[in-house]
Design a protein around this ligand. Structure first.
Ligand SMILES: *Cc1c(COP(=O)(O)O)cnc(C)c1O
Length: 398
């Protein structure tokens, strides 16, 4: 597992900042837990014995390396060379498991016996419950009461895997509230419990730790692209951003390659100006949520604005601090993709390539309509997950 160079402008600094964003804004009660993690995470992650087990399970349990697929019919349609990084083929159906595996091995090294997590659509909850079953650890997942109702299949999967699913009944009873409850649980159980955050959000060191675990995605892309085209670097790399973990992993080893254009797709919902959107870089201002400073959708007096997206995984009012920095420094270009545009892109991929994408991933695919990539150019798109969980949504619009 390779790291960015120490002097990279996209490497986190000692205080947990990427440029103006990041840090650890936490209640005092949480300080010992976060500090224990901050002091130990790099040391543990790069130990040979840790890496040996992590790499073995990525291969034999998760199913890595995931393929890099040259999508010929999609390439023909857009008159460029499109490659899909198939995270949908990971065990449990999305990239989330790369991070949950890493964090659970880390929790074991820290002698933790119990795991707590938050989940929105349930993908991170399922990945966490899966790893807890594999490792024989107790698992509690907080989930908004509303999400429990609308994501019943994933709730059933978590229960079958042996996790306890606890409803978050405060606020809007969705992901933001589940995260608050999970943090509260951690405060009350500091010594025996590890909190597995599911994206590149939260207080330092979470964003950096999660980005490193997910960076296996871009490490593989470089090798696979070289094998297939003779070059490690594409012209464009595209991924969707909810909190930003699949994007961080897909971009990571290209951040310091200026020839690679980095493209992020946000959920514009009904449209950025409709009041029903989750396009944080278009609508957000600097603020603090869930322990770090980043861009955040908020009212003029700092109340969090309820986001909207057709995809539960992108329905979040913020983005991770790395992405706020990529936006501010103009290293990445952000596109707002509407619900309708993502649906069309999902149907198009299914028809042309026989792959049903998660509706989150469809937002990244839809960027092909705006890119203007040329015939000789190479575009890599992160296919973060599979669409089984979204069939009901797709069918409503068939
Ligand atoms: C959770 C999820 C996302 C959004 O989370 P990120 O941290 O932004 O990657 C995107 N795609 C799929 C399939 C997901 O499950």
């Amino acid at each position: 597992m390779k790291s960015l160079k120490e002097n990279s402008p996209f490497q986190v600094d000692e205080r947990g900042y990427y440029g103006n964003f990041g840090g650890a804004f936490i209640p005092e009660m949480l300080y010992p837990n976060v500090e224990e993690l901050r002091e130990n995470y790099l040391k543990i992650m790069y130990e040979p014995s840790f890496q040996e087990e992590f790499q073995r399970l990525l291969k034999d349990y998760v199913g890595r390396p995931t393929p890099l697929f040259h999508a010929e019919r999609l390439s023909e349609k857009y008159q460029t060379n499109v490659y899909l990084k198939r995270e949908d083929l990971c065990h449990t159906g999305a990239h989330k498991v790369n991070n949950t595996l890493g964090q659970i091995l880390l929790a074991k090294k820290l002698n933790k016996k119990k795991i707590v997590a938050e989940t929105g659509a349930g993908q991170h909850g399922v990945a966490t419950a899966t790893m807890c079953a594999l490792m024989g650890l107790e698992c509690i997942v907080y989930m908004g009461e509303i999400d429990i109702e609308r994501q019943a299949p994933n709730v059933a999967r978590m229960k079958m895997l042996g996790a306890e699913v606890r409803p978050a009944k405060s606020g809007s009873r969705t992901l933001k509230d589940a995260t608050n409850e999970a943090m509260r649980h951690w405060i009350n159980n500091p010594t025996d419990t590890h909190y597995i955050i599911g994206s590149v959000v939260g207080p330092h060191p979470y964003p950096d730790m999660v980005a490193r675990f997910q960076s296996v995605i871009s490490e593989e892309i470089r090798t696979q692209l070289f094998e297939q085209t003779g070059s490690e670097n594409p012209d464009y790399v595209i991924a969707c951003v909810g909190g930003g973990s699949n994007a961080a992993g897909t971009f990571y080893h290209f951040l310091d390659e200026p020839s690679v254009k980095i493209i992020a797709a946000e959920a514009a919902g009904h449209g950025v100006k409709t009041g029903k959107s989750a396009a944080t870089t278009f609508l957000g201002k600097p603020g603090i949520l869930h322990g770090s400073k980043s861009l955040l959708m908020q009212t003029f007096d700092g109340q969090v604005v309820e986001p909207h997206s057709i995809s539960a995984g992108l329905d979040y009012p913020g983005i991770g601090p790395l992405h706020a920095h990529l936006w501010e420094s103009k290293r990445a270009t952000f596109y707002g993709i509407t619900d309708d545009e993502s649906l069309s892109a999902g149907f198009e991929l299914t028809k042309l390539e026989g792959i049903i994408p998660a509706i989150e991933s469809s937002h990244a695919l839809a960027v092909l309509n705006y890119l203007g990539a040329g015939k000789g150019e190479t575009v890599v798109i992160g296919l973060s997950g599979r669409g089984d969980k979204d069939l009901a949504t797709y069918m409503k619009h068939l």
